[in-house]
Ligand binder design. Structure first.
Ligand code: AMP
Ligand code: MN
Ligand code: MN
Length: 317
């Protein structure tokens, strides 16, 4: 953490960037650090190379995000958040910077960057940014607190997942005291459901199936459903919660058809499983109990290939 802070303070301009298919932690930590650096009078930019889901547009600064790597800002340092490689950030390997600093909490991150602070004990990268701000004695404004609270709330499934530790609750309380707009966060990032999303829930639930004596519950979302309901792929993200909710499920799988030959996979497990390894074997990554990958195959083929691997890591009934 000290080395990371030093590199950031020495930088001739910083570009903060999270991962594609952005979630609340990626966006919250990116914008949180961006505001912290700007408030210190440092040269800082924030980037997100994918569409920001509507439910995160309340985040202060979401309209200031750079959305293309073409007009690269004049900085010498990138701070890569909530992922462990440039590809996952949507960046080309030959980006014109001198230093890459990585802050992440994924167990699948091999820490290949020179200055990397990777610790899977943190529930969210936003929590690491909070520690960094404390170390640096940077003032945490209500704007920053709202961003970091978003990270913490979304990556813990609003304080429900097994990564919700006493420290998480203390940090959430601290951010609330610092002025985080906690109601705005919950209303947008958790509760908000457009009519299109409700349509999607209705139709996607019809495609729920079970394997392995009900221990694996799978929801498939074909492209036809997005079209019929007028929603984007990212709006189906929460569907996996319904699969995980079915009693007896130790492994929930969400299969989203991106195109005729590309399938997006989300995995959620409970207990003593490690699904990140399966995700890594398909070129993805994640945490022990929450991981993802994209498989270049039609949905039925992806399902078969994935199940072949998942069965190997499932505990015997
Ligand atoms: P998701 O199912 O997309 O919500 O992702 C679950 C977890 O796995 C998150 O921490 C993601 O950042 C991570 N993850 C998902 N897809 C990938 C990928 N293609 N590469 C690396 N990590 C991923
Ligand atoms: Mn993330
Ligand atoms: Mn995260």
């Amino acid at each position: 953490m000290e080395k990371v802070l030093k590199k950031i303070l020495q930088a001739k301009g910083v570009l903060v960037v999270g991962h594609i298919s952005p979630d609340g932690d990626s966006l919250g930590s990116t914008l949180g650090l961006f505001h912290l650096l700007r408030q210190q009078g440092l040269v800082a930019y924030a980037m997100c190379l994918d569409k920001v889901p509507n439910k995160y547009l309340y985040l202060p600064g979401s309209d200031e995000l750079l959305t293309s790597s073409e007009n690269f800002p004049d900085v010498n340092t990138i701070v890569l958040l909530d992922c462990g490689d440039l590809q996952r950030a949507g960046l080309p390997a030959n980006i014109p910077v001198d230093f890459i600093v990585n802050i992440d909490h994924h167990s699948s991150n091999s820490g290949c960057f020179g200055t990397a602070w990777v610790d899977s004990a943190f529930a969210a990268v936003g929590q690491q940014i909070l520690r960094l701000a404390e170390l640096a004695r940077w003032e945490i404004s209500p704007t920053v607190a709202t961003c970091l609270y978003t990270s913490l709330a979304t990556d813990t499934g609003f304080f429900r997942h097994s990564n919700t530790t006493p420290v998480v609750f203390r940090d959430a309380a601290l951010l609330m005291e610092l002025g985080a707009s906690t109601q705005t966060v919950v209303e947008n990032a958790a509760e908000r459901k457009s009519l299109g999303e409700l349509c999607l829930i209705q139709q996607a639930l019809a495609n729920l199936t079970q394997e392995c004596d009900g221990r694996v519950t799978i929801i498939e979302v074909p492209r036809s459903v997005y079209a019929a309901c007028g929603v984007d792929l990212d709006e189906a993200e929460g569907m996996i919660e319904y699969a995980k909710a079915v009693p007896g499920t130790v492994l929930a799988v969400l299969l989203r058809e991106v195109s005729a030959h590309v399938t997006r996979v989300s995995l959620r497990a409970r207990g003593d499983l490690d699904v990140s390894k399966v995700a890594v074997s398909f070129g993805g990554g994640g945490h022990k109990l929450a991981a993802g990958c994209t498989i270049n195959a039609p949905l039925p083929d992806a399902r078969r290939a994935l199940l072949d691997q998942l069965i190997k890591v499932l505990p015997h009934a």
